[in-house]
Design a protein around this ligand. Structure first.
Ligand code: ADP
Ligand code: MN
Ligand code: MN
Ligand code: MN
Length: 336
């Protein structure tokens, strides 16, 4: 018996990489370690020159394919050079190194992926004829056809992720019409990042069936409309036991802002303006319950004296391998 394995990888498009995938027919059975290495034409993905075009795909994560069903698989692969060393675009390999170095801290992440649905050139809920919907206010976690756009796609995506075994912890409608969020985690840095990439792939793929395009653009509409972020919730075992470690992590993030802002997604200056529930990208702050701060400590965490923090700065279009690497690197170095 054979199955269809959809090999998914992250390309070399700049400034923000795209997802790619193609199908391999393979014998049924085995774990991710048994899935064959494969290859692709890197000259078509901004990952190789035409004269030396081969790039290698090595499976790192697989799950049931909720679209094809049966025993078919989704296979997330990392990109290698032909000498089997990591390709320069392979940010997962860099994370693996840092995650290994700080493994004893048992880092966990919950990622809040915001995204915007588009029909043609306009977000869902924006009139085709031009002009704008009513101002923000009723859309966040709203209900009813005057305020909510795209729910059938969103529900189909939620079901697909759950069938695939992806650890979603929830979904909600967002502040701008046509904008939504799903949360992945809490999971370790490699796991949460692999699962976020597969969940993103499923979102784009299901969008095809609905004739709706999905964008992770951090500022899909100029003006008085919220941008799209990927708030990154983070804890170490020390933080889950004691509040001082939560404060230590927040302080450490405040001492390494340039490197973090540079790695938090292209166009971050457009989104972190100091308005629309953001802190200005040039001014670091943290606070309990404060959605206008760069880093928020949830009120329950302050009350219980332990838990996690929320880095509100990462863009929707961020690379989770890079964001989780930066946070582990900065915060774990500051742990007792
Ligand atoms: P918000 O109020 O900011 O919208 P959400 O409910 O959307 O918060 O997201 C919170 C995220 O925090 C969830 O993904 C959840 O899994 C994650 N989370 C909860 N506890 C922890 C923890 N100890 N470490 C890391 N992430 C956590
Ligand atoms: Mn949220
Ligand atoms: Mn949100
Ligand atoms: Mn949040």
């Amino acid at each position: 018996m054979t199955i269809k394995a959809e090999y998914i990888w992250i390309d070399g498009t700049e400034p923000t990489p795209l997802l790619r995938s193609k199908t391999k027919i393979i014998p049924k059975g085995g774990s991710v370690g048994d899935l064959p290495i494969w290859g692709f034409d890197g000259s078509s993905t901004n990952q190789a020159p035409g004269r030396e075009s081969d790039c290698v795909l090595r499976p790192v994560f697989s799950c049931p394919d909720p679209i094809r069903g049966g025993d078919h698989l989704l296979v997330l692969a990392e990109v290698l050079l032909t000498d089997l060393t990591p390709h320069p675009t392979n940010t997962r390999a860099q994370l693996a190194e840092v995650a290994g170095k700080y493994a004893e801290h048992d880092s966990l992440f919950g990622l809040e992926q915001e995204y915007t649905l588009f029909k043609g050139s306009r977000p869902l809920g924006f009139p085709d004829s031009g002009g704008f919907p009513g101002p923000q206010g009723p859309y966040y976690c709203g209900v009813g056809q005057d305020d909510i756009y795209g729910r059938p796609l969103v529900e189909a995506h939620l079901d697909a992720c759950l069938r695939a075994g992806i650890s979603l912890s929830g979904i909600n409608a967002e502040v701008m019409p046509g904008q939504w969020e799903f949360q992945v985690g809490p999971l370790g840095p490699l796991e949460v990042s692999d699962q976020l990439w597969v969940a993103r792939w499923l979102l784009h793929r299901i969008g095809e069936d609905f004739g709706i395009s999905v964008t992770l653009d951090p500022k899909p509409v100029r003006g008085d409309w919220n941008g799209a972020g990927c708030h990154t919730n983070f804890s170490t075992k020390e933080m889950r036991e004691n509040y001082d470690a939560v404060v230590k992590a927040a302080e450490a993030l405040g001492k390494n802002t340039d490197e973090h802002i540079a790695g938090y997604g292209f166009g971050i200056e457009e989104r972190l303006t100091g308005h629309h529930e953001t802190a200005h990208y040039s001014q670091f702050s943290y606070g309990v319950s404060d959605r206008g701060a760069s880093v928020r400590i949830p009120w329950q965490v302050a009350q219980e004296g332990k838990g996690y923090l929320e880095d509100r700065r990462p863009n929707a279009n961020m690379d989770p391998y890079t964001v989780t690497r930066l946070i582990v690197n900065t915060c774990c170095a500051a742990m007792p």
